[in-house]
Design a protein around this ligand. Sequence first.
Ligand code: MRU
Length: 356
Amino acid sequence: MKSFKTLEWIGGIDGFLELTDQRKLPGEFIKLPCKTVEQLYDAIKMLAVRGAPAIGVAAGFGVCIAAREIDSEQKLCGAIEQLNKKINYLSQSRPTAVNLFWALDRMKTVAEKFAAQNNDATILDLRRALLSEAQKIYDEDVEMCRLIGINGEKFIIEGCAILTHCNAGALATAGQGTALSPIFEAAKNGKKFKVYADETRPLLQGARLTAWELKQSNMDVTLICDNMAGWLMKNGKIDAVITGADRIAANGDAANKIGTYGLSILAKAHNIPFYIAAPSSTFDLSIKTGSEIPIEQRDSSEVACFAGIPTAPKGIDIFNPAFDVTNAENITAIITEKGVIENPNPAKVKNILDTD
Ligand code: MRU
C-alpha cells in the first residue's frame, strides 16, 4: 500500500541516505540526500526524518555514512575510535525515541565485534559489514510493521471510528507504520471504518503527515484540532484510540507525542479502548517506569508561531515538551510484532519480548 519510500540507501558502500523531507509535506514531496553525518544529525533534529522507528533506521545508515568519513589508511582499532565519536554525536540529535540509541548501539557492537574478529580486514570490509547490518535493520522494521498490522487488525471493528495522534504511519517507519498499520491491514481486508486524525500542535504531524498518508491511500479520514477529541468522545463518535510510541518502559508506561497522555485520560473517562502500537525496538527494559524517560524540550518558536507567522506576544515564556508519558494502567493493550500485551505490566512485557 505504501507508494513512497520514507528513507532509502542509494548505491553501495560509497552511497548515501535519501530521505523524504517530512518538513515539506503535504505541500511538496521532495527528497533530501544525506551524505555527511552532520547532514543526518540536522535532518533528525529538524524532523526531516521523524517517528521513532524511522529515526532508528536512519541512524543505522548514519553509521555507514560515518564509516565513509573516517581515515581509510589507519588500523581498524583507530577507525573504531573515530567511528564511536561520530556515533556519539548522532546520539545527541534527539533524546526521547529509544530506537535511535537501539540502532546506534547495534551498529557499534557490529563494528567492534568485526574489528575484534578480523585482524587483517580493511576499513572497506568494515564498511561492507556495517551496510549489511543497516540494511537488516531496515528490512526488520518493514517486517515488524507488517506484523503489528496483522496483530492489531482485530481491534478495528467494521463500522468503527478510530482516533490517532501525531503520525505513526509509513512516514514514521521503513514499512507501513505502527499505529496506522492495523488500519491499513483492516482496509486491505475490506473493512469499512473511519479515522479521525488529531492535527497535533505544535508541528502538525497529524494534519500534515497522517491526513496526507491516509488520503493517499483513499481512507475515510477526518482531521480535527487536538482540543476536539474529548467532545467527539462524549458524543459517541470515537470507538478506539491507537497511537505509536517513542519509548516504552519495562512496566508498559509509554512515551509518545505530547497530547497522548491527555487522550488516554479522555479515553478512560469515556470507556474507550486505548491502544499503543510499537515494535520491540521501542521498548527500553533498562528503565523501570516512564518517569525515567527523557522528554525532549523543543524550541519556543514552535509554539510562538504558526506556519512561521508569530501568534504570541514577543518575549512570552513558553514551555514546549515534545512528548508525554501515558501510564500503563491507561493502556488497554500494546500491539507489537510479537503479539499483543493486554493490560500491560512488567511480567507481560518481559514475556512478549522474550518470545522468538
Ligand atoms: O516528534 P516526532 O514527530 O518524531 O514524534 C513522533 C511520534 O510521537 C510518533 O507517534 C512515534 O514516534 C511513533 S512513530 C511509529
